[in-house]
Design a protein around this ligand. Structure first.
Ligand code: SAJ
Length: 414
């Protein structure tokens, strides 16, 4: 294995695009993943999930010989760790994937390597990773003290928007926090290979917090919109009109309410701040709670409409966590659809999701729930619940919903 190799650990939504863009820029990259499906797909030049333009990059890099995938962690000069950081029941971060990735890197270290943590992580995780390495390898050091070979650590959080990853990898500024200045500078040189925007250097904990802060900012702002939607319901006014009008003010820019906040980032990351500083994180915690309460409020509204019919047919439009993607992770639409089937045995629930071909596992096994095509579902429906503002639904012929009971959580049919 060449010492110039970059090993990217975790070939998911972030690791694979990063591996591919480095490789198409001429860097020798080995992608590492625990999943045979991911490894085999990449080695065939294919992508195991939907992300625009990624397939072209992966196919190009594999055929050019700069990218390949395997299950074992190789020797490399730079390691980029992009594994999941879910949260546990108490909302503290589950670092077990980071620890497992680190443990697999440890035996490969000879001195001179740079370890970059890209996974979104609670403050102190890069330091935790370094402590784990140095505890197992007292022959190495962070700064060359006692003439021990150096191993460097940096955190460079990803900030790309699913659906625009290949563009935003190039155009978004990046924050690079090193445990030492040298580590940050070396990481900067790696990202400069493909990133055309600014690369801002700082310490590792500030970089960790910056990423969490960005997503918490968005969560708090969405919670404001969601809270307004509940207030508007109480007052009998249209929240979407209300927000449109308030946003005419030059310094007001309110986000849009919806059925809740989903995805693996915004619904997760704020908890890492709350967990690190529970007493101080009052707004951040409340915003999470407001957003997490929203699905129940939507369900209550649907129940009111459903009660008007005997054996109602409910069309639930959209399962993804946001428009025009197939990603169902932490999706409020998915959770709402499941609870509809559970709580309304008298109803027939028609789930419509133009971006998937079959019902996801969590929706199978219900006698009263099936995947349906848009027009057929709307034809049969008594109650229409719009959960995701997919293009197909926005462009819908409105005569299809005329006369139906409609709950439009995204305000697209106003
Ligand atoms: N949402 C609303 N109303 C809005 C905007 C969003 O209800 O006005 C909902 C969406 O429907 C979705 C959720 O919020 O359920 C999150 O969607 P999103 O588009 O806001 O964000 P993500 O999760 O796809 O990506 C975010 C981005 N972070 C920010 O915009 C600050 C992205 O740049 C990050 O890289 C990504 O998280 C990540 O990986 O952390």
């Amino acid at each position: 294995m060449s010492s110039d190799t970059v090993a990217v650990i975790g070939l998911g939504y972030i690791g694979l695009p990063t591996a591919a863009i480095l490789a198409t820029n001429g860097v020798t990259v080995v992608g590492v993943d625990v999943s045979d499906r991911h490894v085999d797909a990449v080695n065939r030049g294919e992508v195991p999930f939907v992300e625009p333009d990624l397939a072209t990059h992966v196919a190009g890099a594999v055929s050019q010989g700069t990218l390949r995938a395997q299950k074992d962690t190789p020797a490399a000069s730079i390691y980029v760790v992009a594994v999941p950081t879910p949260f546990k029941d108490d909302h503290a971060a589950d670092l077990s994937y980071i620890d497992a990735a680190t443990d697999a890197i440890i035996p490969q270290l000879r001195g001179g390597e740079l370890l970059i943590l890209e996974s979104t992580s609670p403050p102190g995780t890069t330091e935790h990773m370094a402590e784990r390495v140095l505890a197992a390898r007292p022959d190495l050091s962070l700064d060359g003290s006692d003439d021990r070979p150096v191993v460097q650590f940096a955190h460079c959080p990803e900030r790309v928007l699913p659906g625009r990853v290949m563009i935003e990898l190039v155009t978004n500024d990046r924050i690079i926090g090193g445990l030492t200045r040298e580590a940050a500078e070396r990481a900067r040189d790696l990202y400069a290979i493909f990133c055309r925007a600014e690369l801002h250097l700082t310490d590792a904990t500030t970089a960790e917090m910056a990423k969490l802060t960005e997503n918490s900012f968005r969560d708090v702002n969405i919670a404001f919109a969601n809270e307004l939607s509940v207030i508007a319901d109480r007052l009998g006014i249209d929240v979407f009109e209300l927000i449109d009008l308030a946003n005419k003010h030059p310094r007001v820019n309110i986000l849009q309410p919806g059925p809740g906040v989903g995805g693996h980032c915004i619904a997760v990351d704020p908890w890492f701040i709350v967990s690190a500083a529970p007493e101080e994180s009052r707004i951040i915690r409340t915003a999470r709670e407001v957003n997490d309460d929203k699905p129940e409020l939507v369900l209550a509204k649907v129940a009111e409409h459903a009660a008007r019919f005997e054996g109602p047919v409910i069309a639930a439009l959209g399962l993804a966590f946001k428009p025009d993607i197939d990603d169902l992770r932490e999706s409020p639409a998915l959770a709402i659809t499941r609870r509809l089937a559970e709580r309304h045995p008298e109803a027939r629930v028609l789930a419509v999701e133009p971006n998937v071909d079959e019902l996801p596992g969590s929706l199978t096994g219900f006698d009263n729930l099936e995947l349906a095509e848009t027009t057929a579902a709307l034809d049969a429906a008594d109650v229409v619940l719009l959960l995701v503002d997919h293009r197909e639904f926005k462009q819908l012929d409105r005569s299809l919903i005329a006369g139906k009971d409609v709950v439009d959580t995204r305000g697209v049919w106003r």
